[in-house]
Design a protein around this ligand. Sequence first.
Ligand code: NDP
Length: 452
Amino acid sequence: MVEMPGLDEKLSDIYQEVLARNPGEMEFHQAIHEVFESLGPVLAKHTKYGDEAVLRRLCEPERQIIFRVSWVDDAGTVQINRGFRVEFNSALGPYKGGLRFHPSVYLGIVKFLGFEQTFKNALTGMPIGGAKGGSDFEPKGRSDAEVMRFCQAFMTELYRHIGEHTDVPAGDIGVAGRELGYLFGQYKRITNRYESGVLTGKGLTWGGSQVRTEATGYGTVYFTNEILKSRGESFDGQRVVVSGSGNVAIYAIEKVHQLGGTVVACSDSSGCVVDENGIDLEVLKDIKLRRRGRISEYASLRGGTVISTSNGSIWDVPCDIALPSATQNELNGRDAKALLTNGCRIVAEGANMPCTPEAVEVLTESGAVFAPGKAANAGGVATSALEMQQNASRDSWTFEHTESRLVEIMRGIHDSCLETAEEYGAPGNYSLGANIAGFTRVADAMIAQGVI
Ligand code: NDP
């Protein structure tokens, strides 16, 4: 077999097997390669992982469910979509991970997200396994009634595979409070059970947790704050660029502003806006959360010196810190070089795998700090686990208490990445630290539970 760049012979063989077993699933290959690149030192130090075929087992999801979702649109036409749930790994707890509704969703995307989720959930130190799901359904442009009928049809199949002790979905791209409400309602109707712990990201009046909506964006900023603190700095006066303008981006912007930084640009899939005075969050929330509008409307509502462009790259905007928070592979090698040229020193991933491998290489080689999504954006799922705790005890915590738990968890993840990187001879390498720390927790639990 041909050895793969960055991988030793053993890892290269397993990677070739993964390629052959999962043809055409580019994002899944990329996610596995990125983790494998870090694992050489841990496999060399602990032979048990090789002996127990842990990696081979980890790369094969425990269960993959693909189903038809038929529903009727407002014009009375029958629409067919494809639904997915990939239950990746349950070594540490019930499967846990979001649902994504976006036309680009196919099995390879769901598998990449489920694989990442397994490591991310392990890093939180909480008792949750890894999963992901979704559909190629496009909610944009659909009426509320259509979204409701789609969610009901989706749950009519999904319900039989989930449960508070089995698999607990949440939101992701295209799935937030509205969709989770419709999904929960249908689950309850079918099962005749008010099983709060079956979904997270629920509304506050029906079993949701304070801070869950904000948690991924806030958590990414708290993680970045730990990076800054480790270098004797703070957010005060930092110029920040955040891509996207969805759930993660909006609350990342909010927390940066609260901590004294200024976010000068954000985006959506149709373009980006640059506001040198700092993104006005109320205007942004009004466009994106209340009216489901386009980012270009921001310029007309704010006026003044706001620049709106549909063909420039947000990564050309000068900044100290970049938080890619839209989607996978949105920041490539060229973008990374542009960021560095313009003075950026820290890139922390709010989205899952937004930086391409070339971008990560450019950033790492330049000495800039790169914080991978599986560590930096783990605050969302960690707060989902806090929601599960509250549901299990029929309790609800205050915003302040829940946020203080989130801060603690992000600090713990940050420190665990740094300590592991140091232990394995790569001080300051957050990717290596996150991959090894996540891997060893899952792998040790898999070994303890036998070959299953
Ligand atoms: P949302 O659907 O709320 O927002 C996604 C944002 O990204 C929108 O502004 C969207 O623009 C933009 N976007 C999507 N595709 C592209 C593209 N190809 N180019 C540029 N912009 C794009 O999703 P979330 O904020 O929830 O998720 C964002 C990322 O964070 C994803 O990678 C997700 O997996 C990850 N994540 C989310 C968590 C959560 O709790 N929600 C938890 C951990 C990670 P438009 O509206 O035009 O499509």
